[in-house]
Design a protein. Sequence first.
Length: 241
Amino acid sequence: MTIRIAMWSGPRNISTAMMRSWENRPDCDVVDEPFYACYLKETGLPHPARDAVLASQSADRAAVVRQLTGPSPDSPLQYQKHMTKHMPEGTDMAWCAGLKHCFLIRDPAEVIASYLRMMPSVDEHDIGMARQAGLFREVAAVTGEPPAVIDAADVLRDPGRTLAALCDWLGVEFLPDSMLSWPPGYRDSDGVWAPHWYRDVAQSTGFREYRPGTAKLSEKHRRLHQRSTETYQWLRGFRLN
């Protein structure tokens, strides 16, 4: 039976590099943000490549759930890359009871600065920290155990140690030769939004060296950071050591 891994992340959070790491394993298939079209249809937001996203995926949540929980793929592992904001409050999460769940977090100051390099504005919904905490509680209630949490800074400081701890928690073998480096370029499994969001990862061959954020935030964005920090620290209390 295939082990299905759901990785729940906010934006600008090395989530695509993590997907590359798992996809480079010989025993793992990946699914890239399967609820993105649902999110765009429901919110009407004018994201980059909106029309292409809606044309490339089902915008019916029930259909996406069937895709993610139906017959097992041929590979022993399936890695599902999810954005927490794609699952709005009130979404029935019973479908995910049989998955192994991990939450990827990042210091909100670094998320805000990175997001503003790609988009003209950012708010609490965009960075998704509050929804990440709410979804963490919902998934824990459905599965009966707290999900694993890893911090992007820990991954970048010591990817081998952090990924080994995650694999141990998941009960799968850590494959450092596969998971710590990968060929550059885009992948057939990338969403159609890849040319806008994945340019840096497409040039990468591994996890970049950790560099603390140095961008100066405006007063408005400092307040956003302050409001998000308590939630970030709460989630960080569950991270794997």
